[in-house]
Write a protein that binds this ligand. Structure first.
Ligand SMILES: C[S@@+](CC[C@H](N)C(=O)[O-])C[C@H]1O[C@@H](n2cnc3c(N)ncnc32)[C@H](O)[C@@H]1O
Length: 265
């Protein structure tokens, strides 16, 4: 079980950044090391600002509750998987760089959007001012609590966050845009759909001519399986763009990005 750092957020602590740095030095896990250094960097930014310190305390508590009560891989390795600069959180993924490189603001402009497996919801929070409305969900209820609290802190009113699985999502509701980022398969053992079922549900969740925005896993996880995934997408959608994007953190770069229009089947 990962260490509980919540106590360091009750009030500013001179010790805390040294604890995070020390623990980072001694862990062999590369992602956990980056997460501890991210925590240290963010702590230095928020420790003198009570409002932000309280938000970071609450997020730290949810993350710790998740490590003790949620039996699945922790994508953030003790801290956040996604970062969001406006809320002073650093993550293993660079949310602003993702939005810029995938040109997401333009793609969601004025649209009704569904985000699958939204994690802590930071992509949706950053897209809320451009989209008409967003429904974002994740199976992990602790991440959804973080998403709700951060969204309310940021004053976003057009996002509905739900803790549920994709398979249990209301099939009657349809969207203009579906965001499928690193979710078509997951290595946390919690996905109960096959890849075919997953993209059928993406297809059914879209309105006529709706847009699927897809991001793969990193190449080392996706491997040769990506071609099979693309074949399945192609059956349900017309692929209008496919490229490999190089930007951001070591976890952002070299993923395949696809835009695909819903087929009339
Ligand atoms: C690799 S992370 C990607 C997170 C986010 N889409 C992103 O790209 O930043 C996968 C996320 O999917 C969630 N997840 C896994 N299986 C799911 C399911 N069946 N339904 C909804 N969310 C799921 C996990 O809890 C995790 O937050």
């Amino acid at each position: 079980m990962k260490k509980n750092y919540t106590k360091y957020y009750k009030s500013a602590s001179i010790l805390a950044p040294f604890v995070f740095m020390f623990d980072g030095l001694f862990t062999k896990n590369k992602r956990e090391k980056i997460s501890l250094y991210n925590r240290q960097k963010d702590y230095n930014l928020v420790s003198q600002d009570l409002k932000f310190l309280k938000l970071h305390e609450s997020v730290t508590k949810y993350l710790h509750d998740a490590t003790t009560n949620w039996d699945a891989y922790d994508y953030g390795e003790g801290y956040l998987y996604q970062g969001i600069k406006s809320l002073k959180f650093s993550g293993l993924r660079d949310t602003e760089a993702r939005i810029e490189n995938m040109k997401l603001k333009k793609l969601v402009k004025g649209k009704k959007v569904l985000e699958i497996g939204c994690n802590s919801g930071f992509l949706s929070i950053e897209l809320a001012d451009d989209a008409k409305e967003i429904v974002a969900f994740d199976l992990n209820p602790y991440l959804i609590s973080i998403a709700k609290e951060c969204s309310s802190f940021a004053g976003k009113r057009n996002i509905t966050f739900k803790d549920c699985s994709f398979s249990s999502l209301d099939p009657a509701e349809t969207y203009d845009v579906v965001l499928s980022f690193a979710n078509h398969s997951t290595y946390d053992g919690k996905t109960d759909q096959s890849i075919v079922e997953y993209f059928t549900k993406c297809h059914n969740s879209l309105k006529k001519d709706g847009l699927l925005v897809f991001e793969s896993h990193p190449p080392e996880h996706e491997g040769k399986g990506l071609e099979k995934v693309c074949e399945i997408i192609e059956k349900n959608f017309e692929i209008t763009k496919r490229e490999i994007l190089h930007y951001g953190t070591f976890l952002d770069t070299a993923r395949t990005f696809i835009l695909a229009k819903k087929r009339d089947l």
